[in-house]
Design a protein around this ligand. Structure first.
Ligand code: TTP
Ligand code: CA
Length: 369
């Protein structure tokens, strides 16, 4: 017998704000607004997230801090700066718990994950519901954080389900319920249907997922192209075969070029090293990794290697800091290197990645929308 896949999507509730409230119980019943201050003037910057008490006043991710303060001016509310180290730590702990329950596991950003639990529950949604409840309670017991869960036959349905009841909610959609579950939802609940697409679809008379599912396929393909059109058509019918997949996380990024000639001259080495800094920094940016550790290496003719590293407390925020640190490390390394030796190759490596940048990027994307 063909059994359905059983996928759980986990979304941590008002995550940054909940972490803050966990650390400081006096925040429990207050509106809590977590802010990314830009530093330009006292209150310039945007709201990263707010707890549900603050959302009641219309405060939400992406709005200017000034606007949030205005909305909460008559209320005893807490405005806090982001503390990525805390959120990273809590996130890692919860992800470790989740991973133990999943046959396949996929972390998405700092506060979401997919679990494929098909074999564990033998494709049975009743068992899956029990399991999801157990996981939810486990996270509260161990980390004192609530999460919301969606259970469905694929990632698409599980993710939408997880967003239906928040906070500390659980929504289970069995394969035979998918159509009835999706049909009444507005089209923008589907991944990839943003503001512009929603307007385009509305012009075609498509408002709900059900409208989209019933829409003439040829017209859809003409309007959005083959790939996207087909994707919308399938999504609206709750069809999604994409696997739950561990996202490859590189442990370090490094470049080790050979020098034009052997040397122990700092300036010659730095000229090459700064180029590598630019490359690895760019690469980390593309992967949206923050990094805290910088390592420099000198490789000698016999391939023996000397290295030095430095770990910062917070992720390195700009290329200049990386370069300055690389310079300092090479200076020290050269001072330690026996005078008769010269380096043949040099290396710069960054590691100890964190997701802080990812969260910041998230914010910019949101505010620009
Ligand atoms: P979300 O899951 O979008 O929001 P949330 O966890 O705060 O609230 P919900 O209960 O609705 O899930 O985002 C996760 C974290 O990412 C959030 O706590 C803060 C951060 N974030 C930003 O920094 N900027 C943003 O614009 C958004 C949307 C989120
Ligand atoms: Ca969340």
């Amino acid at each position: 017998m063909l059994i359905s896949r059983v996928i759980i999507h986990v979304d941590f509730d008002y995550f940054y704000a909940q972490c803050e409230a966990r650390e400081n119980p006096s925040l429990k019943d207050k509106p809590v607004v977590v802010c990314v201050y830009s530093g330009r003037s006292e209150d310039s910057g945007a709201v990263a997230t707010a707890n549900y008490a603050a959302r009641k006043y219309g405060v939400k991710s992406g709005i200017p801090i000034v606007q949030a303060k205005r909305k909460l001016r008559d209320v005893d509310a807490a405005f806090l700066p982001v503390n990525f180290d805390l959120y990273d730590r809590v996130s890692e702990n919860i992800m470790t718990i989740l991973r133990q329950y999943a046959e396949r596991f996929e972390q998405v950003g700092i506060d979401e994950a997919f679990l494929d639990v098909t074999p564990k529950v033998e494709g049975d949604f009743a068992k899956a519901t029990q399991l999801a409840l157990e996981i939810q309670n486990q996270i509260v017991a161990k980390e004192r954080i609530t999460v919301s869960m969606g259970v469905g036959p694929n990632k698409l349905v599980a993710k939408i389900a997880a967003g239906r009841q928040k906070p500390f909610g659980m929504t289970v959609v069995r394969p035979e319920e998918v159509e009835a579950f999706l049909n009444p939802l507005p089209v923008n609940e589907l991944l990839g249907v943003g503001r512009k697409t929603t307007i385009a679809m509305e012009e075609m008379g498509v408002k709900t997922v059900g409208d989209l599912a019933g829409f003439d396929l040829d017209r859809l393909l003409k309007r959005f192209g083959k790939v996207l059109g087909m994707y919308f058509h399938n999504s609206a019918r709750g069809i999604d075969a994409s696997p739950v997949q561990e996202r490859g996380v590189a442990e370090s990024i490094s470049h080790i070029p050979t020098l034009k000639e052997d040397t122990r001259d700092l300036d010659t080495i730095l000229e090459e090293a700064y180029k590598i800094c630019g490359d690895v920094y760019k690469r980390a940016g593309e992967l949206k990794f923050g990094f805290k550790t910088v390592t420099v290496q000198l490789i000698l003719h016999d391939m023996s290697t000397l290295s030095k590293s430095r770990t910062f407390e917070t992720p390195i925020e700009n290329l200049e800091t990386l370069k300055a640190s690389v310079k300092e490390l090479f200076q020290k390394l050269l001072a330690d290197m026996p005078v008769e030796l010269k380096a043949r190759r040099i290396g710069v490596k960054i590691s100890n990645f964190s997701s802080a940048r990812q969260a910041q990027k998230h914010l910019t994307e949101y505010t620009e929308r």
